[in-house]
Write a new protein. Structure first.
Length: 274
């Protein structure tokens, strides 16, 4: 049995199918971990959702910001953005089934020294603390008041963690950490506008994984979300968003031996979406 982790797909279904073929993925024997952002901006979000759902227990998916945005739009808690490509999902005959499946996915998965998350972990959080906080958001998404959570999910404040936070402010900080964060201060204050290369991180901020003394450093964190960061593999992080949406490859890594698998972007319109 092999376990493969895959970067942000974002509707690039053709490339995802080719990646599965390249890896010789066997859903009866292997497992695939997906860093989130299955949907949006790419050409076939509906195909991606149907394919991942069909893999059943062979696939473990954590939710990304675009996945949550789809859920919010579907529930009337947010408006479609100009660059969204979610209409086909919203109009699909199996829409309700697919959205219910997506809403049931995780915010974080931890296993065998690895942590799978879309964007990152606040530097002050241990893995155990991050797991507990992920369960809080999952409970909100899976509960009867999930529409209320989606209505209050958006926003940049509070921008730092406080144990005293409660209600939707608490859930928003947790959600932003797991699905939107790229950089933060030494104290864990998050900034959400920056999307560029590491060399251009604004003064006073660091990539979240470079903060000294990070409490989750005893695990290897697998994440995506930051396409300008690109592929980065070392002892404690595996960054897998190589920008297939923007014309880069779609990337996977086999965790047992760190072998990489990549397929090139096939969409001729990709560079027009930047």
């Amino acid at each position: 049995m092999a376990t493969y982790a895959v970067g942000d797909i974002q509707g690039c279904c053709t490339e995802f199918r080719q990646l599965l073929e390249l890896m010789q993925f066997d859903p009866l024997a292997d497992r695939i971990w997906l860093v989130g952002d299955l949907v949006n901006r790419g050409p076939d979000s509906l195909g991606v959702l149907r394919l991942v759902k069909s893999l059943g227990n062979a696939a473990i998916t954590v939710l990304g910001n675009h996945d949550l945005h789809l859920l919010a739009v579907a529930e009337g808690a947010a408006e479609l953005h100009r660059s969204d490509t979610l209409d086909e999902v919203l109009a699909a005959p199996d829409r309700d089934e697919l959205l219910a499946w997506l809403r049931a996915q995780r915010m974080l998965h931890a296993e065998d020294g690895y942590v799978l998350v879309h964007a990152g972990l606040l530097p002050g959080w241990t893995v155990a603390q991050a797991q507990l906080r992920a369960r809080e958001v999952e409970a909100a998404l899976h509960g009867p008041q999930y529409r209320k959570f989606l209505e209050h999910m958006y926003g940049n404040h509070p921008d730092h963690w406080d144990d005293g936070l409660a209600g939707y402010q608490r859930l928003r900080v947790i959600t932003n950490t797991f699905t939107r964060m790229r950089i933060c201060t030494l104290q864990g204050g998050m900034e959400f506008k920056f999307k560029g290369v590491v060399q251009n991180v604004p003064a006073g901020y660091l990539p979240w994984f470079e903060v000294p003394g990070r409490a989750s450093a005893d695990a290897t964190v697998i994440f995506g979300h930051w396409s300008a960061l690109g592929l980065k593999v070392d002892r404690r992080i595996i960054a897998l968003d190589t920008g297939c949406l923007w014309g880069g490859p779609l990337t996977a890594i086999r965790l047992e031996d760190r072998q990489l698998f990549q397929v090139p972007c096939k969409n001729p319109m990709a560079k027009d979406w930047q």
